[in-house]
Design a protein around this ligand. Structure first.
Ligand code: AP5
Length: 280
């Protein structure tokens, strides 16, 4: 079992923060209990966010979480939490995973899948979920599909964020994260009120180890080789929504939300039509 703990990652954007779900089961493992679970939804949103590292998936996941109430489940957050837990020595598998991560390489599928499988109750959460950073390879996508098919869970959509690599490098190079509460900033696009200090908790802002230039290149290469093929995988399943990730986070969020709503309205209309035809 891979046990870890962490605070809540929450970016500081224009809207006030609502109480974030504490995601204890996701972050700490199945022996934990979530203190704040999302309100149940009639039809929960079950989303995957795709896109290169630094495209803004985490930022959008937090904005989507506030509107849709679905939990933000990031595999990167689980690994980072494992690496920052002072009271617990990471397991050998987790140590290996952290070493891959620091170099910008993908963690082996087996380790990632074990971690997700242990937390599969989160996929049943009555509030839904927003997967960020998983799946990242075709093998992971197939494993997730098999598990969801077996457990009768249906994905609502897969949102693919797109941005030229040159702009991604600027976003990653300028990202700073609060050591304590994990809020995300950018030194020019989203600077904190006081340099080096978190607006929310006054924690120290640090640069992620894998945001250094040598790791960024490795991460972008890994994305091209292993993750980009998922665009076709989910397009073939009729689940893909493409969103241009340029512009302000709030505008990208509105574009995402309106495409999701359109998709849901279309689905409801189709279901009603089929029901009518069956009745006739
Ligand atoms: P992970 O934590 O998933 O990182 P990532 O995918 O590389 O994504 P990032 O968190 O770097 O970027 P993001 O797209 O969330 O962008 P953000 O919103 O922060 O994974 C880390 C590592 O863990 C991997 O490299 C791998 O080793 C391992 N791992 C995790 N999952 C794995 C898996 N399934 N399989 C194998 N290995 C796995 O935004 C970036 C910056 O841009 C911020 O500063 C933000 O403020 C700014 N920004 C955001 N939006 C905008 C905007 N619209 N305009 C201007 N600035 C913006």
């Amino acid at each position: 079992m891979i046990l870890v703990t962490a605070g809540n990652a929450s970016p500081t954007y224009s809207r006030p923060m609502s109480t974030p779900h504490n995601r204890a089961i996701w972050i700490q493992g199945p022996s934990a209990q979530c203190n704040v679970t999302p309100e149940g939804a009639l039809v929960p949103w079950r989303l995957i966010l795709l896109g290169a590292p630094g495209v803004g998936k985490g930022t959008q996941a937090e904005l989507l979480n506030r509107r849709l109430r679905a939990c933000h489940l990031s595999t990167g957050d689980v690994f980072r939490a494992a690496g920052s837990r002072p009271d617990c020595e990471p397991s050998p598998a987790m140590k290996e995973a952290l070493s891959y991560m620091r170099q910008g390489k993908l963690v082996p599928d087996f380790t990632v899948w074990e971690m997700v499988r242990e937390r599969s109750s989160c996929l049943h959460c009555r509030g839904g979920f927003i997967l960020d950073g998983f799946p990242r390879t075709l093998a992971q996508a197939e494993l997730l599909k098999d598990l969801m098919d077996r457990e009768g869970l249906k994905l609502s959509a897969v949102v693919n964020y797109d941005l030229p690599f040159s702009e991604i490098v600027v976003r990653l190079g300028g990202r700073r994260t609060c050591e304590r509460c994990k809020s995300v900033y950018h030194i020019t696009e989203r600077p904190p009120r006081f340099e080096g200090k978190c607006d929310r908790c006054e924690g120290k802002l640090i640069q992620r180890e894998d945001d250094r230039p040598e790791s960024i290149k490795v991460r972008l290469d890994a994305y091209e080789c292993s993750t980009a093929p998922l665009i076709e995988f989910y397009s073939d399943l009729g689940l893909l929504l493409n969103i241009r990730a340029k512009g302000a986070p709030d505008d990208i969020f509105e574009a995402t939300f309106s495409q999701l709503e359109e998709r849901r309205v279309r689905e409801v209309a189709q279901k009603a039509w089929v029901a009518l035809e069956n009745h006739a």
